[in-house]
Design a protein. Structure first.
Length: 367
């Protein structure tokens, strides 16, 4: 049976032109430096873009590099803003306060002039990443081909990343990520997602399903506003981790653009749901996927063992994760329509790839 649709267009930029402009910029930072081996990773994101390259110079602070570039405004961006200085700051702080394998960040360029948008350069990590397209739950990739014991080792190491981040990072150092307002961190986080949804549907059809999901969140709202806030990775999933080239230990934790100051369960709900998204998608295409991998009960149990914090209100937080992902999916669908890749149907909810599972979560029948 056929698999999921090909990855939609992600950029209007040409890597060769970016490489020429990057070389000119680098010469102002490190005169005489040569940029070589420019490439774009196959997993280049739907939001910020990544460019890989090497630096040849005797005084180069890093030689194997990755550049994170804010999204091209001409590419119908997934998010309304791209705060590269914030990402640079978060990664620097995580490296300072935790033992997570975060790539060393080097140069930050806030001026959009050199490359057309702000960017930063960090050390490049070598290894392998569980693929999104085709999903790692689908046959034909290294993680699917691994043994149960190997996947269990990767699962253990990945849950430990979240546990260490939440326990080691000083919560007060994350408060600069709080949105404006007097409400709780959880309320602020949800309201920021409402604002994002309103931006996505401005001038377009609104989604009855997403709006029902927002209403259901209010019915499930956690007592105590979800508890104390910690630094959240934000896009906490194994597809944002580089693992050993010949093993299953993490060597780099990537993609901090959604970092937030919020209860622990916001991160945990995202980890649980993003795996379920791929698993449900794979089952829908007639394959068994990886039913014993990253199960919700195993994630919650192991996280509690590592931190002493038993996850709470996970029905709320997994629904919230599915809702947040649904907003992104809707924006990506409208983006595809912008580029002529799809047509907008009469029912906007059908544009949300996981509308069936989100509907079940709203109804309380999914789990």
């Amino acid at each position: 049976m056929a698999g999921p649709a090909p990855r939609p267009r992600t950029s209007t930029r040409e890597p060769e032109e970016l490489g020429r402009r990057l070389a000119a910029w680098l010469d102002t930072e490190l005169p005489g430096a040569k940029v070589t081996n420019i490439s774009v990773p196959g997993s280049n994101g739907m939001s910020s873009e990544t460019l890989l390259f090497d630096i040849e110079h005797p005084d180069a602070p890093i030689r194997a590099c990755a550049l994170r570039l804010a999204a091209d405004p001409a590419a119908y961006t997934v998010f309304p803003t791209y705060d590269m200085p914030c990402q640079h700051r978060v990664m620097s702080l995580v490296a300072t306060h935790t033992d997570l394998p975060v790539p060393r960040v080097q140069w930050l360029e806030e001026d959009p002039g050199p490359l057309g948008a702000p960017f930063f350069v960090m050390a490049r990590a070598e290894g392998r990443v569980p693929p999104d397209v085709m999903p790692y739950t689908y046959e034909g990739n290294w993680l699917h081909a691994a043994t149960d014991a190997q996947r269990a080792a990767l699962q253990e190491a990945s849950i430990a990343l979240l546990a260490r981040l939440h326990d080691q990072f000083p919560p007060e150092e994350a408060r600069f990520l709080l949105p404006e307002g007097d409400g709780s961190p959880l309320r602020g986080h949800v309201e920021s997602q409402r604002a994002y949804y309103d931006w996505v549907v401005a001038g377009k059809s609104r989604s009855p399903l997403l709006e029902r999901a927002f209403a259901r969140l209010e019915e499930l709202w956690p007592d105590g506003e979800g508890g104390p806030a910690v630094l959240n990775w934000g896009d906490a999933r194994i597809g944002n981790v580089i693992y050993e080239a010949d093993g299953f230990e993490p060597v780099a934790v990537l993609d901090w653009e959604m970092a937030a100051c919020a209860p622990r369960e916001v991160d945990l709900g995202w980890t649980v749901y993003l795996h379920r998204f791929f698993q449900d998608l794979t089952v829908g295409f007639g394959q068994p996927g990886l039913p014993g991998f990253l199960r919700r009960e195993d994630i919650e149990r192991r996280y509690a063992e590592l931190t002493g914090h038993a996850p709470r209100d996970m029905e709320f937080h997994t629904l919230y994760a599915a809702l947040r992902h649904g907003i992104v999916m809707l924006r990506i669908a409208y983006r595809q329509a912008h580029f002529g890749e799809v047509e907008i149907p009469a029912d906007p909810d059908s544009l949300i790839l996981h509308h069936a599972s989100l509907t079940a979560m709203v109804q309380g029948t999914y789990w």
